[in-house]
Design a binder for this molecule. Structure first.
Ligand code: NCD
Length: 360
């Protein structure tokens, strides 16, 4: 299935050379933002945020305003026709008739892909449930490029809710495409990295290890990527409380880290980094949030300039087969074609919207 517009649903839909060009452009924007201040004059960007956001939404909006464009959208679906039961298909169709580019965040995995099937303009995934968050990854790559001067040969610790954290899923997929990166996953066994991400890392030739405490590995890391326990993705309050406060980065633990390790976090932070770490020169999370504007400026300009036909669905519909993930958009919006990739023998299918695997 093809669209006449180019979309950013998952960075893996593009070659690494495309991401590299975006990061380079992001660096140039950072160094001379004024040069780009009229690039999007006369263009309108719509932000459809079905889920709370501070940084992602405001950095997208700031990016468009700094490019000379205009913004429309909602940040509370209760104030839009979504509250009356409108589908993603209809909302997307209508808003893409008003705007030149559409940015969507949604609590259900695969929602951005669903939007791209009907939109009459480019769609950018600003986070789909616990699945992916490609523009946070672009932000993270720009931060690493500027602050570590490389995207290769790094030992990266990822700590916290690796099961539900969409930022670490997208980041692992991306960093495993660069040579000699080594991942150390620090989580409880309940909140470990999903198997499909670990398989992608292996297939890309990178390595990973899994541990349960921060202290045992912090001294080895070049980058520590902290994440919040994603309370909103838990089935019950009890399950969340059992995980809360497991990992807290504080000054004492920072003493065990390398002098040039950097601490990243997509934010918001809850209690996983104590405020006394903020003054440590290795704390990079506030700078990281700022870099998000530059890379999103680069992305908006690029998406508005490039005019390539885009393959939205590459898989097959298997008669009677549906995705087994209750948090997949295909189980919420019935009209969507249920499309699966097969592993070769067609007994193991992967949902193209949320990546959930299914044996048939
Ligand atoms: C993250 C998100 O929404 O996934 N925040 C962000 O976009 N900067 C991380 C989080 O909510 O924990």
């Amino acid at each position: 299935m093809y669209s006449d517009y180019q979309h950013l649903i998952d960075l893996s839909d593009y070659p690494v050379s495309w991401w590299k060009k975006l990061i380079e452009l992001g660096e140039d924007v950072k160094n001379d933002p004024a040069k780009y201040s009229h690039e999007c004059a006369g263009k309108v960007m719509a932000t459809l945020f079905y889920e709370p956001s501070t940084r992602t939404q405001m950095s997208f909006q700031t990016a468009m305003i700094r490019l000379g464009g205009e913004i429309i959208g909602f940040d509370n679906p209760a104030n839009s026709s979504v509250a009356k039961g409108e589908t993603i298909k209809d909302t997307t169709k209508i808003v893409s008739g008003y705007a030149d580019i559409l940015v969507i965040r949604h609590p259900i995995a695969g929602a951005a892909k669903a939007a791209s099937l009907t939109a009459d303009c480019p769609v950018i995934n600003a986070g789909d449930g616990g699945h992916l968050h490609p523009t946070q990854t672009l932000t993270d790559l720009l931060t690493l490029k500027i602050e570590k001067k490389t995207l290769s040969g790094l030992t990266i610790g990822m700590c916290g809710d690796l099961l539900n954290g969409r930022t670490v899923h997208s980041l692992c997929k991306a960093l495993s495409m660069f040579s000699n990166n080594k991942f150390i996953f620090i989580s409880t066994k309940e909140l470990g990295m999903p198997a499909y991400i670990k398989d992608i890392i292996k297939a890309n030739g990178s390595t990973f290890e899994e541990v349960h405490t921060l202290e045992e590995v912090i001294g080895k890391l070049d980058v520590l990527y902290m994440t919040r326990i994603q309370q909103e993705r838990f089935a019950s309050e009890e399950e969340y409380l059992a995980q809360k406060n497991t990992y807290v980065l504080d000054r004492r633990k920072m003493q065990l880290a390398k002098k040039d390790m950097i601490v990243m976090h997509p934010l918001p932070r809850v209690d996983e980094i104590t405020v006394d770490v903020d003054d440590d020169p290795r704390a990079m999370y506030f700078t990281q949030a700022k870099y998000g504007v530059y890379v999103r400026m680069a992305l908006i300009m690029t998406m508005l300039k490039e005019k390539n036909r885009f393959e939205t669905l590459k898989g097959k519909v298997y008669s009677g087969v549906r995705c087994s993930n209750p948090k997949c958009i295909t189980n919420h919006e019935e009209y969507l074609p249920k499309s699966f990739r097969s592993s070769g023998d067609e007994t193991l299918l992967e949902c193209e919207y949320c990546d959930e695997r299914k044996l048939i």
